[in-house]
Write a protein that binds this ligand. Structure first.
Ligand code: SF4
Length: 410
């Protein structure tokens, strides 16, 4: 059975990149439909995304995963009617009241129970199935032993989705008010400021000695008491496929197109390669690619061991790779040169890597010439000074619109 690769779409452009690099489906939210996160699509963009995805045989799921107050229900009904008209493939929901509303207003749309609902047992899967769920997005806190038990005991046609890659929430699958308290940005509305990854100053005062305030510090780097590494289950693809998981989700609606191209392409290739020849599967080459994105260190979290303590990095370090977003291909010109939109400074002599959809090894080359996109004059360097700054260069292989270039930092 084919497992779905599901990627985030923080915009129409990001949805296109995720689908181009091999996602079978994308998920998103919508601001017009009002649940406020910065990572949500306009209604117009959502319509374009669904049209685009359906034209190439792929799917779009939309989150309405708030816990709703009574006064929100008129708005939720209006939202669901719009999603019905747009013909989205599924709605991601946490709240039983919203589930009932979808069943009433748009019974033809699949209901996917959000990870925010914290489903961690087949008993709860049964409950949601009886109440209309087509799919459960399980909590991230499960081990593979627990996942297998759920797969063996859940209703046969209930689909199971798990998180495979991306930021881990230090709280229990998003049940956290830290970000909302400190910044007004709610983790429960998909707009977390990741406050658990910040450095904190902690002090204790001895009761019998008021005024004697002592700092508590992890080390000289600061005190990162909550900071989680990022989830990466690329090494566990054989287990995930063999236990019959229906959908593998990549987290990160706020991530860049570069991140999406790298991560989606790596998981797409890993899944396809494993399905083609399980004996030869070796996750390391995909991991090399994944490590070219910025992370906080990678962990398999509780997948292999519920007692794993190695999912935090108390140094608070960001693993900034030697790579960054170079640019996006706009088109190949008649003379064979390539027009790109740049995302970071490019200079003659820089090493670029072209991320080719469906190919794990990028095409590596050095910039030998650059041309101004308006005057066609040769230039030595260019900065992304203005919005949608473009430049012309030579790429030593065929390339297509929207393919992504990464730049090796010198
Ligand atoms: S602040 Fe951290 S623990 Fe809280 S919702 Fe955000 S990622 Fe999760």
């Amino acid at each position: 059975m084919k497992i779905e690769l599901l990627a985030p779409a923080g915009s129409f452009e990001k949805a296109k990149i995720a689908l181009l690099y091999g996602a079978d489906a994308v998920y998103c939210g919508t601001p017009k439909l009002s649940l406020r996160s910065r990572s949500e699509l306009t209604e117009d963009d959502l319509f374009k995304t669904v049209q685009y995805a359906h034209n190439i045989g792929k799917k779009v799921y939309v989150a309405i995963n708030i816990y709703a107050w009574d006064e929100t229900y008129d708005e939720i009904k209006a939202q669901v009617r719009i999603l019905k008209d747009i013909k989205v493939d599924g709605i991601i929901v946490s709240d039983g009241g919203v589930v009932e509303t979808i069943k009433e207003v748009a019974p033809e749309i699949e209901i996917h129970i959000s990870t925010q609902a914290n489903t961690v047992s087949w008993h709860t899967c049964n409950f949601w199935y009886k109440n209309g769920a087509k799919r459960i997005i399980l909590g991230r806190e499960l081990s593979k032993i627990q996942l297998k038990e759920i797969m063996e005991n859940k209703p046969k046609d209930l689909q199971i989705e798990i998180f495979g890659h991306g930021a881990l929430c230090f709280a229990y699958s998003g049940r956290c008010f830290l970000s909302e308290f400190l910044t007004g940005r709610s983790g429960n509305l998909g707009d977390c400021a990741q406050s658990c990854r910040w450095a904190y100053n902690i002090y204790v005062e001895e009761t019998n000695n008021p005024g004697n305030i002592m700092p508590i510090e992890t080390d000289e780097n600061g005190t990162y008491i909550f900071s989680s590494k990022d989830l990466c289950l690329i090494s566990e693809i054989p287990e995930i496929v063999n236990m019959g998981i229906n959908s593998l989700k990549i987290e990160g609606r706020l991530k860049t197109e570069y991140y999406l191209a790298t991560v989606v392409n790596s998981y797409r290739k890993a899944l396809d390669d494993y399905m083609k020849d399980p004996e030869k599967f070796n996750y390391k080459k995909y991991l090399i690619e994944l490590e070219k994105t910025k992370t906080r260190g990678l962990t398999t979290f509780f997948f292999n061991d519920r007692n794993n303590k190695d999912f935090q990095d108390l140094s608070g370090r960001q693993y900034n790779p030697n790579y960054e977003f170079g640019g996006k291909i706009l088109k190949t010109l008649e003379d064979g040169r390539t027009l790109i939109e740049i995302k970071n400074k490019l200079t003659i002599g820089d090493t670029l890597e072209l991320i080719v959809p469906g190919q794990i090894d990028p095409v590596v080359f050095k910039i030998n010439k650059l041309w101004d996109d308006e005057t066609n004059e040769e230039i030595n360097t260019i900065n992304p000074g203005k919005l949608e700054q473009k430049v012309i260069l030579n790429i030593p292989t065929d390339s297509k619109e929207d393919w992504i270039l990464r730049r090796k930092k010198v």
